[in-house]
Design a protein around this ligand. Sequence first.
Ligand code: BGC
Length: 360
Amino acid sequence: MMRAIIVTPGVEDSVRLDEVGEPDPAEGSVLVETLMIGVCGTDREIIAGEHGQPPPGTDDLVLGHESLGSVLEAPRDSGLTAGDLVVGIVRRPDPEPCVNCAVGEWDMCRNGRYTEHGIKGLDGYARERFRLDPGYAVRVDPALGDLAVLLEPASIVAKAWEHIERIGKRAHWEPRRVLVTGAGPIGLLAALMGRQRGLEVAALDRVVDGPKPRLVTDLDATYHVGDIEAACADADVVIEATGAAELVFEVMRSSARNGIVCLTGVTSPGRRIEVAAGLIAHQIVLENDVVFGSVNANRRHYEQAAHVLAAADPDWLGRLITRRVPLERWRDAYESTPTGIKTVIALAASAESRSWQPPR
Ligand code: BGC
């Protein structure tokens, strides 16, 4: 038996720490010891009973989709050996599989029957051990150390950037400025990737205290609090990472000519606001604007994200992790604060005591 963070999807505040059985060998040939898991807004929505689906035949779901683990056992031909640091891919293809899942693009699944660890139909990684098929284990450079827990959120952003660039190439593409709305983990990683591409970056957020402003300015980017219209005016790309309905429509309305607006935040479906729909549609057409949504990531994006993290300043990445809690205090990890960025839960005792500095 081992400890796991479990929730009954659809039942508000059913989250608890409980004992579960060892991972079923049918889950994969690679046995992994969980070092830590990252917490994100999706976990909080599942805890609030608004999202999430248990595996078939049960009511409960093990939480956790942002993982970092150490291989305990792996078959000889898997390319993995004991002690390797690995991150588990979140999504699995639908059973059919659809044309996209069939070619490994499960992030673009057509029929919606995909599954996701810790979110939809598959137990997550917030348990002391899990199993993976080698094809869904991404080995990370040990030099990255604990910072590799940022690989999953970075993969989401790597996908968004890949698609932005593909859309940009519909015509002559020479972007200069990018605006990121929301300086949480996704927004900050989007800003980092914008700077890595040599673009001017502005990040907009509500908060003025805490580490966010410095993290942005340390990228040689501009931290904006306030006027969205001005911030959008000459942005070739807007990456919207708050999911706040007002902001989503505000950036759609204010985007520049030929602007690409990428929505990455999951907006609460219950939110109703009044918008100038005619004006927005009018502008989208007359300005060749593109507004698109981006979710999840396939293996290629995890690999792109590994390069992004390897090329970043490790001290800067370490400052994204604003809270680390041991498994015993797991409940604290799910409280969100406006100035906090990424909270991680350390499952293995070794992960609790390790320093944030990656080994050099
Ligand atoms: C995860 C994605 C997932 C999405 C929708 C996000 O929090 O990072 O991998 O596809 O939620 O369930």
